[in-house]
Design a protein around this ligand. Sequence first.
Ligand code: ADP
Ligand code: MG
Length: 738
Amino acid sequence: MNRQPPSPANGGGPPADAPLQYVKGIGPKRASALEAVGIRTIRDLLFYFPFDYLDRSKIISIRDLRKYVDAERPVTVIGEVYRVEMRRSRRSNRLIFFLTLKDDTGFLTCVWFEGVQWFKDAFELGELLAVSAYPDFDKLGRIQFTHPEFDRLRGAQEEDEPDWGKLFNTGAIIPKYPSTSELGKVGLDSRGFRRIIRNALKSHLMGIEEVLPEEIRERANLAGCRTALQGIHFPENSDALEIARRRLKFEELFFLQLMLAYRKRRYGLEKKGITYSLESTLARKLVAALPFQLTKAQRRVLREIADDMRKPTPMNRLLQGDVGSGKTIVALLSMLVAVENDFQVALMAPTEVLAEQHYRTLCAYLENLPVNVRLLIGGQKKKLREDVLEDLRSGRAQIVVGTHALLEENVRFAHLGFVVIDEQHRFGVMQRATLREKGLNPDVLVMTATPIPRTLALTVYGDLDVSVIDEMPANRKPIKTGVRLEDQKDKVYDFVKQEVRQGRQVYIVFPLIEESEKVDLKAATVEFEHLKSAVFPSVRLGLLHGRMKSEEKDQIMQSFKAGEIQILVSTTVIEVGIDVPNATIMIVENAERFGLSQLHQLRGRVGRGADQSFCILIANYGWFDGHRRGLEPGEVKKEKLNAKIRLETMVETIDGFKIAEVDLRLRGPGEFFGLRQSGVPAFRLANLVEDAELVAMARKEAFSLVDRDPQLRSDSHRSVRKHFESQYRDALELGNVG
Ligand code: ADP
Ligand code: MG
């Protein structure tokens, strides 16, 4: 079986990158079935981890089953197949399959009404099975399992399989492996995997190379890789399993952090950035003229940014702050430092509405200061656009605010030195790079209103330094949030009328602009006409949606700001950044269809002034039953439940970080932050939220390793390098553009 000469680079075993067929029990058929699921080498096979385990604590003896008739999870019994039998139901005349299982304490009947023909030959007497189900009763009141899940533990004559029954008594744990029907066809069900993996461990474990330097393993108190692999597959007890999992999780996190460390290093080292002088009369004048005091958090973050600007390496910083925490003024003060140093500044926003608003906000702040601010967006007249472009080329424009129109080829700067990107998660890494390249290694400040739990921030934005504004301006009253059902809408509208009479302004937000194909969505336009004529005939309403021309949008926003429009009916285009302090009511129609962060952003549009603000979420849970997205009943139920959790979370808290955590739990990190697009490989074991401590530890070790030995030249780092190059090349390439 050992057909390879021992290799001196590892523990002396045959190499683990050998083809699968070197493993006992794997022939050409199994090898190709395994290849189809991405398992190509013996190493891949050893890194095919169990999805669950059976241990003694989960196993119930048959005698005790009666105590579990109300169990909230399926219970598991292990026993030998004692009898199998097909019977025909007298009532329905259908065939039913019965299997009787025996353990030391009694007998248990398992019943199958479906797939009987297959089951009838599926088991042999004496075979050892683990079966899991919710216990129920037969007609005579005896406990039975209906359609249990089963896992074959040992065939009747299999001498080479361990005696799990005995092993359990010593604390051993049985791994359960994921399988597919294709794999099942070649005998690779859970038991099949247990066998070939056991064989692979026997023959090839010694060929697995340690990829973590000993020094790091000692500091982080981690098991060696062979101990860990043995332990993740066939743990002798639960402690051994935990030790194995910890080590393997760390390994995943460590290599991810290593990748981030390289991204960051490449950007910082290869480029020589601008060294700003921090003396800025403009910024000082602006601070003196503000109608409010900067919060402590705003001042701290300003200092962090200033420190970066003073350094010769380019800044690459994330500015995080909940909606309404006052990011704009912080960005502007930093921008003024760049302007005073004779560099141009570009501020990029995700939508035209937002770009226009930033433009106006900046103009208002800078009213009495000699700074030339321009706006560049898609829908502008040609002549105006030419003029803006010329101002950028000549350097006359000191600050330009724009959308992704800024990224176009013909936008050139005289000396772009500072880039601010608002609401980063809407732009890809690529776009960040494109804008940056229009200058000579400008400083980059990325602003986001999506609070990210810290461990995730370290991962998703691992190559950025992070500043957090974690304090709200003092004058805010917490927004009152409530959920109302569709049929309580009249009352909500009455409340709106009352508030409008007091001089307040209102947003009413709808999910989409036009009836999209088959989905029954209320179009904001249709609804707008209805609201205007039937509900609020004596109130001034305006409509805003994404398909309007930019001048039109601008005009509507201006009249809303000026108070001419009292109720703004809108799609989610107002989701981010809009700032109208007199608007105190946010009504979200069909709130059940919005994501949690989206709702939080929408709510952040109110509560910006000193008056009490309200957010009313109108829910129509029935929509989930009626909608036609081809969901199964179980999924519909889950979606409905998730929607309820989202709305309840909104009522319970206004803390953006808490909301982000719930969102993360509901959606999982992949979707939450488009992790997949960021070049981050999927984890098999690690969980960015639950394993926060390991994330931090892995980050520290990885970053310090890159500092000490950037080329990974030393002997003890060679295996790190080899593994990194083979596994993470793609992700690194992607990192190049960031
Ligand atoms: P966001 O962080 O959501 O972008 P903004 O920068 O739009 O928040 O600020 C929200 C509102 O709070 C604006 O009207 C701004 O003028 C105001 N603001 C900013 N900083 C303070 C402060 N320190 N005290 C009081 N109001 C502030
Ligand atoms: Mg903002």
